[in-house]
Design a protein around this ligand. Structure first.
Ligand SMILES: *Cc1c(COP(=O)(O)O)cnc(C)c1O
Length: 381
């Protein structure tokens, strides 16, 4: 049984040497065994926890399992983090048959290690698998995979309040296929990385630009699932906006170009006269787990929530605005620019409702607030 973390006590353990790239099965097994024995609730001394951003820090161990299109998923295994061999004709490389998830594990103020609503990520990946004609990963396999991955990389889990372990499950058609059709076999992989805040500058309000030329998702398409192919088309508009001094773009709906859909890869909210508004889920909006949590939290605290079509002009006339997601948490929006018009919210600091929701959400995640909704899932360590 591992040690419970009491804040401040950081025992130091040197990293185990990694197996060589050409490492065979035996070497991998030895590595895994030693890693398991050495697995205690310690933190790496190789990281400056205060300077973590939302970027990739490679960790030691990943999880992988494979299946054919017909067979059920079997539990996979841990192995050293690193490249995976894949056919040049793999469905995912050729036709984008792939999904990702994003979730976080936290060290709480009570010394526990917890996931935030991981079952929701498992279910969302199953819905995505249906849409992309992949075999859905059972919830039990998904949860076991993400737990094992966090346990095996525990020393990379940031201290309470300094960030989180970002967990990235991937499901992809890894078998070879030439015709445009579902791949013959599939890989479910999980890797983890410690992360700090998503937007540089922490809780400072961000400036956003409404994209006039591009849309994220069209009705009937794949915008409602975390299909990997949804994200590359957003990179050019996002880069352009960043070069012009904005943190991200806001996408409007593809049909009428009048309703707010999302902020890059985060969901949008605004507050007007004490009421919280967010774009309703029409199929083109990703059903964020943070979005759902914010709605439940707000209602619990007596704030009226309206899920509806949110006109860009209405959003720009609101009192507060923020975006949210696992990575972004709750990020206050300082301004929205559309063409020549710029709408400012407050004085660059979060509005009162944004602040309240942020405090409640983060409070539950780090166990400074009671987990009244039962959102935390303890990872045994
Ligand atoms: C992942 C994602 C979100 C946020 O979802 P969470 O479950 O809250 O992390 C929002 N929009 C898009 C497009 C996403 O990919």
């Amino acid at each position: 049984m591992a040690l419970r973390l009491s804040s401040g006590s950081q025992k130091v353990r040197k990293r185990l040497p990694r197996p060589s790239k050409s490492g065979g099965m035996l070497e991998s097994l030895i590595y895994m065994a030693r890693n398991a024995v050495g697995r205690v609730n310690e933190m790496s001394e190789d990281i400056d926890w205060d300077s973590l951003t939302f970027s990739l820090t490679p960790t030691d161990t990943m999880y992988l399992t494979e299946t054919s299109a017909e067979d059920p998923w079997m539990p996979g295994s841990l192995r050293p983090y690193g490249p995976i061999p894949m056919s040049p004709a793999a469905g995912v490389i050729n036709y984008g048959q792939g999904l990702f998830e994003g979730m976080k594990a936290f060290r709480t103020s009570k010394g526990r290690v917890v996931f935030f609503r991981p079952e929701e990520n498992a279910r969302r990946m199953q819905r995505g698998a249906d849409r992309l004609k992949m075999p859905p990963v059972p919830e039990s396999v998904f949860i076991d995979a993400v737990e094992q991955c966090v346990q095996a990389n525990l020393k990379w889990l940031p201290p309470t309040g300094k960030g989180a372990m970002y967990v990235r499950p991937l499901l992809m058609g890894s078998g070879p296929i030439l015709g445009v059709a579902p791949a013959p076999s599939y890989t479910f992989l999980v890797y983890v990385t410690p992360v700090g805040p998503y937007f540089k500058g922490g809780v400072n309000a961000i400036d956003l630009l409404i994209s006039e030329e591009h849309h994220r998702a069209a009705p009937g398409g794949s915008g409602g699932v975390k299909a990997i192919g949804n994200y590359a088309p957003g990179m050019m508009p996002s880069k352009k906006a960043k070069a012009a001094g904005y943190a991200e773009v806001i996408y409007l709906d593809a049909e009428t170009h009048s309703y707010v859909e999302e902020v890059g890869a985060a969901n949008f909210f605004c507050v007007k006269d004490g009421v919280l508004y967010t774009p309703e889920l029409t199929g083109t909006i990703l059903p964020g787990i943070t979005r759902n949590s914010v709605i439940e939290l707000a209602r619990h605290h007596g704030i009226e929530v309206v899920e509806t079509k949110v006109e860009a002009s209405f959003a720009m006339d609101a009192d507060e605005a923020f975006c949210c997601g696992t990575a972004a948490v709750i990020s206050p929006i300082g301004s929205i620019t559309k063409g020549d018009t710029k709408a400012n919210y407050g004085n660059g600091t979060p509005g009162p409702i944004t602040q309240k929701l942020y405090t409640q959400l983060v409070g539950i995640q780090n166990e400074e607030q009671e987990d009244i909704f039962g959102w935390l899932h303890e990872v045994p360590v």
